[in-house]
Ligand binder design. Structure first.
Ligand code: ZN
Length: 413
């Protein structure tokens, strides 16, 4: 999806804003002689920005406005190394609330709803984003924050909350508790707005049934405002994103080449009107694709597909993008199989083709031969890739904390 004229003007304003400052990107762009863009081609020649840049600029190196204009910061928790700090101006906070309110509206939520907010408040962008969007919409916020499940359920019943906002894991926990305590008849929930971490169909089904609600995936990341830059509509056909605030391109994560609409790759986001910390071509490492064409809901906003995984975890077989999470999703429905597995990918020189060897653990009570055949068929029909499957007894494979360690790729790339 190419930039329109308005977006090109907005990006030029962002470049101007940056190059007039001593900010991290201001210095980089000045050094590279970047003064603006006139075409799609110019834009695609701009360098990418990344989380590493933001870490290098810690704490406030990316700030692109004078101190007196910054009203708040948020931070993304760094699992590795330094955290990232993002400064917001009053307009940034305001824009974010507008986008978030639009997410609620897209999910069919109105000012008559009561929105129970369970994500955390504080440095993290989640709770406060859900709250600001709710207030902008004019709905009633029930600002619970995370945890304390007893009180959470009590408030949900007493205040007749109609919307729950949560991470997928907390929504699952709540739904299991409500089912276990036999309280489903007493809750008034109709919809759930769930943070966009990747979650399986199985989990989605449990939450949907346990709470008897419609589910909406909200997308966002701290570096780009926070959650609220996109959400799915009732047609559940991808995530609408707000192209008056952000521009999205999809790139090949290996080469950085921009991919045509419909092709899967890494989401790269450019902020169009951000003041505190504008970001051009920010690599998210989230994998999705732009869905071509209009949605049946008639929304003018473009769509990306639901997030398939992280580019860091992705491996490619016969041109098909695959993720460890996908392997897990397929294996979790196979009887007698443990959650441990290993994937080895190699190139068979004699046949000149890639082969995928999947090693899976199974309990002694099931036939290893039949289980292997079943898994082979499952992969063939669902993914279009047929692995060589080896079944070993439970406890054979090395236990590893990291998903990526389960995949070994011996191909030369
Ligand atoms: Zn739609």
């Amino acid at each position: 999806m190419n930039l329109n004229d308005t977006q090109i003007t907005q990006i030029n304003d962002q470049i101007k804003r940056l190059t007039q400052t001593e900010s991290y990107y201001g210095k980089i762009y000045r050094g590279l002689g970047i003064t603006g863009i006139r075409s799609q081609k110019d834009f695609e020649a701009l360098p990418f920005s990344s989380k590493d840049d933001l870490r290098n600029a810690y704490p406030l190196g990316i700030q692109a406005v004078p101190d007196e204009q910054v009203v708040r910061i948020h931070s993304s928790s760094g699992t590795t190394g330094k955290p990232v700090i993002i400064p917001y101006t009053a307009k940034d906070v305001d824009d974010w609330a507008t986008m978030f309110a639009r997410c609620y509206e897209t999910a069919g939520i109105t000012n008559r709803d009561r929105i129970q907010i369970t994500p955390g408040y504080g440095l993290w962008t989640a709770g406060i984003g859900f709250q600001a969007g709710c207030e902008r919409l004019g709905a009633m916020a029930v600002p619970m924050g995370p945890g304390n499940t007893d009180k959470q359920i009590q408030m949900m019943i007493d205040l007749k909350s109609t919307v729950i906002t949560a991470t997928s894991s907390y929504a699952l926990l709540l739904s299991e508790e409500i089912v276990k305590r036999g309280l489903k008849d007493q809750i008034c929930l109709k919809k759930g707005v769930i943070g966009s971490e990747r979650w399986s169909e199985k989990m989605r089904g449990s939450i949907r049934e346990g709470l008897g609600i419609e589910l909406y995936d909200i997308y966002g990341l701290t570096e780009i405002y926070g959650p609220g830059i996109g959400v799915n509509c009732e047609h559940e056909n991808g995530i609408h994103y707000w192209d008056d605030y952000i521009y999205i391109e999809i790139i090949d994560p290996k080469t950085g080449r921009v991919l045509p609409d419909g092709e899967e790759g890494e989401i790269v986001i450019t902020t169009l009107v951000k003041e505190g910390a504008p970001l051009l071509r920010f690599r998210t490492h989230d994998i999705s694709r732009i869905l071509p064409g209009k949605c049946a809901c008639g929304s003018p906003y473009p769509r990306i597909d639901i997030i398939r995984g992280r580019s860091d975890d992705m491996f490619k077989m016969h041109g098909v993008n695959m993720f460890p999470s996908q392997v897990e999703d397929l294996l979790q429905n196979v009887d007698g199989v443990s959650s441990e597995y290993s994937v080895t990918i190699a190139h068979d020189d004699s046949a000149n083709r890639d082969i995928m060897i999947l090693m899976v653990e199974a309990e002694g009570r099931v036939s290893f031969e039949k289980t292997a055949a079943h898994i082979r068929e499952l992969f063939k029909s669902r993914v279009g890739v047929t692995p060589k499957v080896t079944i070993v007894p439970v406890g054979t494979l090395p236990r590893s904390e990291k998903k990526t360690k389960r995949v070994t790729d011996y191909r030369f790339s």
